[in-house]
Design a protein around this ligand. Structure first.
Ligand SMILES: Cc1cc2nc3c(=O)[nH]c(=O)nc-3n(C[C@H](O)[C@H](O)[C@H](O)COP(=O)(O)OP(=O)(O)OC[C@H]3O[C@@H](n4cnc5c(N)ncnc54)[C@H](O)[C@@H]3O)c2cc1C
Length: 397
């Protein structure tokens, strides 16, 4: 089997498929498997799968377990809602909520998969169906055949484009300034082990510790129509960022002040796809359901995809592959479509100007203190039964 893309989704898929007994190769365009310098939140729906894949203990060694998830108001820092995490969430959902540095997560995932099965510097330009499977085509003109091709190549997926045609992703009008701040620089702010989201008119700010507490991950989201670049190497202007948070409460200003080298990144998404593949070609992660980060679920959904894909392919013969992949998409599409919608709606809710709609939102948030029904649906999702149980299954290349 060939997985195109060595990000969180591709590595999780490669791991789940190889744990289920398949012979898997990963093709990554970059010169090394790595991630941007930023944090990621992993909710129990994702950590449950990672535990099933045998990598959770190692991730926990470099993660932070937050005690609470809180929303606060922009001008006075008043608490709008608070959800207990820590032991409470683990007890409820049987898996922890974690904050992780992305590079740590990718290192652990890649470390659990045979290095010689990962080819770097291989840019895929598409996948073509063949009677006995599919072929991945590369920019250097070469190709490789596989019985299953999994496109895990992100929002601008070449595999997706070869299946359904190339269409540009939608610029959402949001821009993220992002970076990591050494914990000592914010020691005076009393931040604690929390996931905090400060909500204000036209902007929000997320911060939490990663890397075993050594770094604070900061994401500031603004509405800006003129910046549409998506490169994690583009510097943002710290003065511009500070100006955008003028008048916000002192903790927010302290966090923004400490972020002296923010990177700037335009946020894109896409409408849900009606289907995820054809024949022996399928997709996982942002390649099939890119979403705004406002439910902190993009990678979590990619990890869920990985487990569902492995479960659907368990015991499938070559002739069964198209039906198994169709079942996988059928299983996953309604859930990821709902999460895409939740993420987009959160953008509108988070950025409401002060007024009647904001007051109504705050009332709902206050009433939802604790674990809301949406969270139950999101975090309580079970790992598909055979995601790691097919190790006896036939080995196929
Ligand atoms: C600001 C921000 C905050 C976020 N916070 C969270 C969070 O807290 N929790 C969460 O769950 N999610 C979060 N997300 C979403 C999450 O980052 C993504 O959903 C996740 O990284 C998707 O993983 P992926 O592997 O599908 O795609 P990607 O991470 O995009 O990986 C794709 C991989 O494929 C490679 N590739 C691309 N094209 C090709 C090609 N043609 N040939 C070969 N290789 C190729 C790339 O180099 C890359 O390695 C956030 C996103 C943003 C922008």
């Amino acid at each position: 089997m060939a997985v195109v893309g060595g990000g969180i989704g591709g590595l999780a898929a490669a791991l789940a498929l190889s744990r289920a007994g398949h012979d898997v190769r990963v093709f990554e365009q970059a010169r090394a498997v790595s991630e941007v310098g930023a944090g990621i939140q992993l909710a129990p729906n994702a950590t449950r799968v990672l535990r099933d894949l045998g990598v959770l203990a190692e991730i926990e060694r470099v993660a932070v377990r937050p005690e609470v998830f809180e929303f606060r108001r922009w001008d006075d820092g008043r608490l709008l809602s608070s959800t207990p995490l820590g032991a409470a969430i683990e007890q409820t959902y049987g898996a922890p909520y974690l904050h992780v540095h992305r590079a740590d997560l990718v290192r652990v995932l890649a470390g659990a998969f045979p290095a010689e099965r990962v080819a770097v510097g291989r840019r895929c330009v598409g996948a073509v169906r063949r009677p006995d499977g599919a072929e991945v085509r590369f920019a250097d003109g070469s190709g490789t055949a596989a019985d299953v091709v999994v496109g895990a190549d992100g929002i601008h997926s070449a595999v997706r484009a070869s299946l359904f045609g190339a269409r540009a992703a939608r610029f959402t009008g949001y821009v993220a300034y992002r970076g990591l701040v050494p914990a000592q620089r914010v020691a005076g702010l009393g931040l604690g082990r929390r996931s905090t989201v400060d909500l204000g008119p036209g902007a929000h700010l997320v911060h939490y510790f990663v890397a075993a507490g050594r770094l604070l991950n900061v994401v500031c989201v603004l509405e800006e129509s003129s910046w549409t670049r998506e490169a994690w190497t583009d510097p943002g202007d710290p003065a511009e960022l500070r100006a955008a948070f003028t008048g916000w409460h002192p903790t927010v200003r302290g966090v923004v002040e400490a972020l002296d080298h923010p990177l700037k990144w335009a946020l894109f998404d896409r409408e849900p796809l009606p289907e995820w593949g054809a024949g022996a070609v399928t997709l996982v992660g942002d390649a099939c359901h890119p979403m705004l980060p406002y439910a902190a679920q993009g990678a979590g959904q990619a990890v869920e995809d990985a487990a569902a894909l492995a479960a659907c392919l368990t015991g499938a013969s070559a002739a069964d592959v198209p039906a198994a992949l169709a079942r996988y998409a059928e299983l996953r599409l309604p859930r990821t479509t709902r999460v895409q919608g939740m993420s987009r709606d959160n953008g509108t809710r988070f950025h409401l100007p002060d007024g009647p709609d904001q007051l109504a939102r705050d009332e709902v948030m206050a009433a939802a203190f604790g674990l809301s029904p949406d969270i139950d649906w999101l975090y309580g999702h079970p790992v598909p039964a055979s995601s790691s149980g097919g190790r006896e299954g036939a080995r196929r290349g």
